[in-house]
Design a protein around this ligand. Structure first.
Ligand SMILES: Nc1nc2c(c(=O)[nH]1)N[C@H]1C(S)=C(S)[C@@H](COP(=O)(O)O)O[C@H]1N2
Ligand SMILES: [Mo]
Length: 258
């Protein structure tokens, strides 16, 4: 049963899942000196395999007890999150947002113009047709929400690395930020942006991404927790100024590692 959401209880649930030292969140420290936590690193630290729902639950319970000891873990830009078979896909796939499903934004794909800005060579807007024309790849991976559920889904699109290359992003910059159609916003570190499984996502389960899962476009990162994966992206920007995120700015940890 889906719990009724209030901002306060959301925060409690999310912070329960991720109770890692605040200091680790400081982007300056994380990217220089301290190491970036990944789901894989956290899983190893907690001794959980993340291969089934029960181990994910155990994982979420253990992560809530972690603190200083997590510091030594390194984000390995080449470590891949597990992938799954078609038979393992969770059906129906859960919907989640900071509002109920009735309030999902309905973006008109014909007018859609993805704004690309900040530290990029080519600041042009992208139509959905432009995005559709990019080379395609697919992944079946697990989405882990700190509210205590996880689900396996199949997402398709273009590697974000490919997209960043095409727009001439300054990949020595620290962050990539996202603004969404529903007031959500998020940001990620550049190593995660360039991770081979970070996907500019246009399809879900072989179909055009449906509204509730982020139409027209979302960013899918199996190496990050659910809330780090922005849906309905309207703007992408590359920056050295910490952009924060919808939950992070209410007290969550920024790394949201997975
Ligand atoms: N734009 C937007 N993106 C969002 C959210 C949101 O409220 N708005 N919620 C996040 C959270 S907490 C989760 S768990 C996932 C849920 O994605 P799903 O609906 O595809 O399961 O979206 C993430 N991205
Ligand atoms: Mo979430």
């Amino acid at each position: 049963m889906k719990p009724i959401k209030s901002p306060r209880s959301n925060i409690d649930r999310h912070s329960l899942g991720i109770d890692v030292r605040r200091e680790l969140d400081m982007p300056s420290r994380r990217l220089f000196g301290k190491r970036i936590l990944t789901l894989g690193g956290l899983a190893m630290l907690t001794g959980c395999s993340l291969s089934d729902d029960k181990s994910v639950e155990t994982f979420l319970a253990r992560v809530s007890r972690l603190n200083d000891s997590v510091q030594g873990w390194l984000f390995d830009p080449n470590r891949l999150a597990p992938t799954y078979t078609e038979a393992q896909i969770t059906r129906p796939f859960p919907f989640n947002a900071f509002y109920g499903i009735a309030d999902v934004p309905h973006v008109d794909g014909r007018d859609f113009r993805l704004k690309v800005g900040g530290l990029v060579r080519d600041r042009k807007d992208w139509t959905l047709a432009d995005l559709d024309a990019l080379p395609k790849t697919e992944q079946i991976t697990r989405h882990i929400c700190v509210e205590g559920w996880s689900a396996i889904g199949r997402w398709g699109g273009t590697t974000f690395r490919e997209f960043l290359t095409r727009v001439g992003a300054d990949t020595s910059a620290k962050y990539v930020g996202f603004k969404c159609a529903d007031d959500y916003y998020e940001s990620i570190d550049m190593p995660t942006a360039l991770h081979p499984q970070t996907l500019l996502t246009l399809s879900f389960d072989g179909e055009r991404l449906p509204a509730q899962y982020g139409y027209p476009m979302k960013l899918r990162m199996p190496t990050k927790l659910g809330y780090k994966n922005p849906k309905h992206i309207m703007e992408i920007f590359v920056t050295n100024t910490f952009p924060g995120g919808y939950w992070v700015d209410q007290g969550y940890n920024w790394f949201g590692g997975s």
